[in-house]
Design a protein around this ligand. Structure first.
Ligand code: ZN
Length: 509
């Protein structure tokens, strides 16, 4: 069975049913990270929303083909990667330095995705592997009269594309025709001919082209990669709201200008994240990466849940209080899961006749219906989760009096699996401490790479948490787990010392 799902389409400003171009298959393009630094939690919110959307389609019975690009050539990457090079460095050295930076942060980004259980896209094309496709697309636009070369750069001719502004709902009257802008990011009132190919500048890595040496503009990258990997028509294109203008508006102009027809059916955008009521910024000291949250002792899956329990189109105010609340909600779902995995004998009050006894199978079907009704309505996760919590309250109360049968418990577990395939936060085998994965596993997933590259990121708090987890495992005579934690710390350069009095010390190897 395939369940219908509706999404808010920025193009039409309406919540509309997603009707796939090919039956049962949804093709999604996502603007991926610009890999010059760690992704901050605002970026991660966008990737978590995309993962939720993708998993919702899968759970609803669709196949999903997902392409997310890696932007590995762009203004900020060039700025940061070229700073230490001599003015007369060769082009080869410039490309090498750029690649070294982008490889490093691509690896960190992939670690972040893993730690938050974000599914890997089917394709992750890198911009620098698609320079040929970008040049071909620019050439096509020139031939159609939609682009022109000027002093070694190539610009898009806005006057040639009457639909320009359809996504951001711009007023065409205010646009300046012909005035060309070289920068990739600009304000709405600057809507004017934008750059497709940037002429070579001193201190930048370059490629040859029919218009002279230079490099691609940022916007052409996504059009070329999206068309190469997902084709002439795609179902959904996603990104953060900050990409609507100019990036996505320009992608439409480029791709649809070249194709001569609509490229993307639905443009779906995730809202911003604020931190403790303020815009996140390095100067305010409220700028966080996933590693920062880990340093403070939070689980990446708690962060995942905190983000996904809010509707993706609402401004989200991230706070540590909110993370704590998310932790508690997850504890509740996981405890319920463990209760359903057990036989219920411990809780049941002895099989009395309770007047208000409910029919568990009926309650379960009501919860499933409410869950999917909410998800189908533009991924309304707060309501979908409310359906789960109502079920938990009702069935816990019931189970206290008359234990649910094994069959009823298994049916509930089936629903928890179904919903977990989307939220990925209450899988089977949750350890008693409420962590979806043992702290040691998170350490490997998230800090593994960091320790190697930066030397000293593994915090004292974190190590001590590991030591406590190992002591707890030993107390339960779980020797395998205790050894695993010890070996894992050893691999990260931390040696444990078991003292005679039972205390445990540690030092760096
Ligand atoms: Zn993009």
């Amino acid at each position: 069975m395939i369940r219908p799902i509706s999404l808010f389409n920025t193009l039409t400003r309406k919540v509309e049913p997603v009707v796939p171009l090919a039956p049962g298959l949804i093709k999604i393009y996502t603007c991926g990270p610009t890999v010059y630094n760690f992704a901050h939690i605002g970026n991660l919110r966008t990737f978590l929303f995309q993962d939720l959307m993708k998993r919702a389609f899968q759970a609803a019975g669709y196949q999903v083909r997902h392409c997310m690009n890696i932007t590995d050539v762009e203004d900020k990457i060039i700025r940061d990667s070229q700073a230490d090079l001599a003015p007369d460095a060769t082009n080869e050295a410039r490309h090498g330095a750029m690649q070294a930076l982008t490889n490093k942060y691509t690896a960190f980004f992939l670690d972040d995705l893993d730690a938050m259980r974000i599914q890997k896209p089917d394709e992750m094309p890198r911009a620098t592997d698609h320079i040929g496709q970008m040049k071909a697309l620019i050439q096509q636009l020139i031939e159609k009269g939609l682009a022109y070369a000027s002093e070694g750069s190539v610009y898009y001719r806005l006057a040639g594309f009457p639909h320009y502004g359809c996504l951001a709902h711009l007023d065409r009257e205010g646009m300046q025709s012909g005035a060309s802008v070289d920068v990739d990011e600009y304000e709405k009132d600057q809507a004017q001919d934008f750059v497709l190919w940037k002429a070579a500048k001193a201190g930048e890595p370059i490629w040859n082209s029919p218009w002279g040496p230079g490099r691609p503009g940022w916007h052409i990258e996504c059009s070329a990669m999206g068309m190469e990997h997902l084709g002439d028509r795609i179902d959904i294109h996603t990104g953060g709201v900050d990409l609507i203008f100019p990036h996505h508006e320009n992608e439409i102009a480029q791709s649809e200008g070249a194709l001569g027809h609509q490229w993307v059916n639905a443009w779906v955008h995730g809202e911003f994240l604020m931190v403790e009521g303020e815009k996140m910024s390095k100067s305010l000291g409220n700028f966080y990466t996933l590693r920062d949250l880990l340093e403070k002792g939070y689980d990446p899956i708690t962060f995942r849940y905190a983000i996904q329990s809010n509707h993706y189109r609402k401004l989200l105010n991230f706070s540590f209080e909110g993370l704590k609340a998310a932790e508690n909600s997850l504890k509740r779902i996981r405890a319920f899961r463990r209760r359903m995995e057990g036989d219920g004998a411990a809780q049941a009050g002895g099989g009395d006749t309770w007047q208000e006894a409910i029919e568990p199978s009926k309650r379960l079907e009501e919860a499933r219906a409410a869950f999917w009704l909410a998800m189908a309505d533009d991924l309304n996760t707060p309501e979908a989760l409310a359906a789960i919590f109502t079920l938990i309250s009702d069935l816990n109360a019931q189970d206290d009096r008359i234990a649910l049968t094994r069959e009823e418990r298994d049916a509930v577990l089936g629903f928890l699996d179904e919903t977990d395939s989307i939220f990925s936060a209450w899988p089977h085998q949750s350890p008693e401490d409420g962590h979806a994965v043992a702290p040691g596993q998170i350490l490997t997933a998230v800090l593994g790479g960091v320790v190697v590259h930066t030397g000293d990121v593994l915090s004292k708090d974190r190590i001590e948490a590991e030591v406590r987890a190992r002591s707890a495992a030993k107390a339960e005579k779980n020797w395998a787990e205790a050894d695993r934690i010890r070996d894992e710390l050893k691999a990260l350069g931390i040696v444990l010392e078991d003292h005679k009095d039972g205390t445990v010390g540690w030092h760096k190897a």
